[in-house]
Ligand binder design. Structure first.
Ligand code: FAD
Length: 544
């Protein structure tokens, strides 16, 4: 894992500039990361560049579910439901600490869009397509059982519920783990390197002009094949390649908000009708609950996407309608995020009706672009792209191996292993004076590497939660390519969304750690502080 330290940045730049690659991927979201892992593990000489931090685009703004997409069943997309349903099993096995089973409650209400009979059949098909084991298959609950699972529901409205299995993850941590795994398989991956232009020979794309955000160095990367996996930015690069045609992206914005469990003590993940036919998730996560999402057309700058007051009010009123005792208002929102779905445009359809299927475009210059799809289907999307890249003959020798890869590079193979490991580290938490519930956070985020962080905590002598933050910052700098303080607070730990208080208490100590590791000037330190504070402000304040 040594070559995944951000202190090796110059080496990465040199490797990118000096080698000729078989495949060069633009975009370090889940799609690009998955392609890098698939290609490198098949033995291709692989490079990946990301203009910001890994997972700084949509892959940090999703509902964070690895799911079969029950809503796609409503759109009769059986093949898609089946494919992603099968994929969840594989992705869970690849990272059982980070992709965890979460029982979901689907209440039926008077006049709601889900009835007992249709839900029963729908969930049965859903489980069947996803190959869910008998013990985890859907159950139908009576009114009393439904209210027992979630007492905050409105007893006057509830008729019963469906109870079925989904998987919860952290999208940006999953992306970072995939980039790390690709690096372990020999890929050269760098964040804060931006694709500026393509290099052509005889009309074929043979490389990229790339710039480094920190040194402002501009250099060329040579590669036999270039893949554009830039999500909402895919058309921008197709435009540079002069290959943007009628087939275009349609960007749809989705917002989420986070509320403390102290204010909204939800016991159970729940999927309910917002009242306008759209479905909303409320998902407990450690000390918070998050709620999402909206689905509205977006034509603004993909680099600046934010939840506005309308998004927040829409989500709050949906929650208040179904949980009347919650009385939530804007002041209760601790944090929020909004992201763009890079959908493939279909004439005459509303945002929410457009397919979430992925699609590959190959331009006359040979540039391969991939868009659409879902977090859940990243492995299969990657397999399709790499199959296309390698010749048929090679294809027989070089089949995709990603389903066998363990993501955190550790020995946790199942939910039972994860549980045992959590219990094993409890004494370490006690030694560090941390409350036991931090075990969930640590193991979910870092798998077996949690032990390394807990051991490192012994080097610090502040309050326990500050020692934890510092040990995590050290780990993220040396093993997870965190270059900026915001990489740490947002993409590596999710503290910006789920532990907002800790951002305030940890900001200066974490800036100290980064400054020490990277020899930052005071000016750079101030700029980093501002960036974190601006991100906090944007997550907590909403305009019309
Ligand atoms: P991105 O994550 O956006 O990555 C593209 C990357 O390219 C960015 O990091 C960007 O910085 C980089 N880039 C752009 N231009 C350049 C350049 N010039 N040079 C270098 N890099 C560049 N899917 C699920 O399976 N489950 C869910 O629960 C779920 N919920 C969702 C909820 C919402 C609100 C949204 C919006 C999506 C959701 N999805 C979900 C879908 C899923 O999040 C996306 O399909 C997926 O994250 C897209 O990943 P990507 O890598 O294609 O794009």
């Amino acid at each position: 894992m040594q070559n995944f330290s951000s202190t090796n940045r110059n080496d990465i730049l040199n490797q990118l500039a000096e080698n000729q690659f078989d495949i060069l991927i633009i975009g370090g979201g889940i799609t690009g990361a998955g392609i890098a892992l698939d290609a490198a593990s098949r033995g291709l000489k692989t490079a990946l560049i990301e203009k910001n931090d890994f997972a700084s685009g949509t892959s940090n703004k999703s509902t964070k579910l690895i799911h079969g997409g029950l809503r796609y069943l409503k759109q009769l997309e059986f093949k898609l439901v089946r494919e992603v349903g099968q994929e969840r099993k594989i992705v869970h096995r690849m990272a059982p600490n980070l992709v965890v089973a979460e029982k979901m409650l689907l209440p039926f209400t008077r006049g709601g869009s889900f009835g007992k009979f249709s839900t029963s059949i729908g969930l049965w098909i859903y489980d069947f397509l996803a190959g869910v084991k008998a013990k985890d298959r859907r159950q139908l609950l009576s009114k009393e059982q439904t209210l027992e699972k979630e007492p905050l529901l409105d007893a006057a409205e509830i008729l019963g519920g469906g109870y079925y299995v989904e998987y919860r993850t952290d999208d940006s941590r999953l992306t970072v783990e995939i980039v790390k795994a690709a690096t372990r398989h020999g890929a050269v991956c760098g964040n804060y390197f931006s694709a500026q232009d393509f290099v052509y020979e005889n009309g074929r794309v043979t490389g990229l002009v790339c710039s480094d955000q920190f040194s402002a160095k501009v250099f060329t990367i040579r590669s036999k094949v270039v893949v554009n996996a830039t999500g909402p930015w895919v058309d921008q690069l197709r435009k540079i390649d002069k290959s943007l045609n009628k087939k275009r992206l349609f960007l749809s914005k989705g917002a989420h908000l986070v509320i403390s469990r102290k204010k909204f003590p939800l016991s159970q993940a729940i999927y309910f009708d917002a009242g306008d036919g759209r479905m909303i998730f409320c998902i407990p996560r450690h000390r918070s609950v998050y709620v999402g999402t909206t689905d509205t057309p977006y034509t603004g700058d993909p680099d600046i996407v934010k939840a506005n007051l309308e998004d927040i009010n829409y989500l709050l009123s949906a929650v208040n309608r179904v949980f009347p005792s919650a009385h939530l208002n804007v002041k209760d929102v601790e944090s929020s995020w909004a992201g763009l779905r890079p959908l493939i445009y279909e004439e005459g359809k509303l945002a929410r009706e457009m397919s979430r299927k992925d699609e590959i475009f190959v331009s006359p210059s040979g540039l391969i672009s991939i868009a659409g799809g879902k977090l859940t289907g990243f492995r299969k999307m990657a397999e399709k792209v790499v199959d296309l890249v390698i010749s048929k003959k090679q294809g027989q020798k070089l089949r995709s191996k990603t389903r066998e890869i363990s993501l955190s590079g550790n020995n946790l193979q199942s939910a039972a292993d994860v549980q045992r490991f959590k219990e094993n580290i409890l004494p370490l938490l006690k030694n560090s004076a941390l409350e036991a519930d931090w075990a969930d956070y640590l193991v979910f985020n870092y798998g077996e590497n949690a032990r390394l962080i807990l051991e490192k905590m012994q080097n610090y002598s502040h309050l326990p939660e500050i020692n934890l933050g510092l040990a995590e910052a050290w780990y993220c700098i040396h093993f997870e390519f965190a270059v900026k303080a915001l990489d740490f607070f947002n993409r590596r730990t999710g503290r910006l969304y789920f532990y907002t208080d800790s951002v305030t208490t940890l900001l200066e100590p974490v800036l100290d750690e980064f400054q020490k590791q990277f020899f930052w000037t005071e000016e750079r330190r101030a700029a980093e502080r501002n960036e974190v504070m601006e991100a906090m402000y944007a997550a907590q304040n909403f305009s019309d």
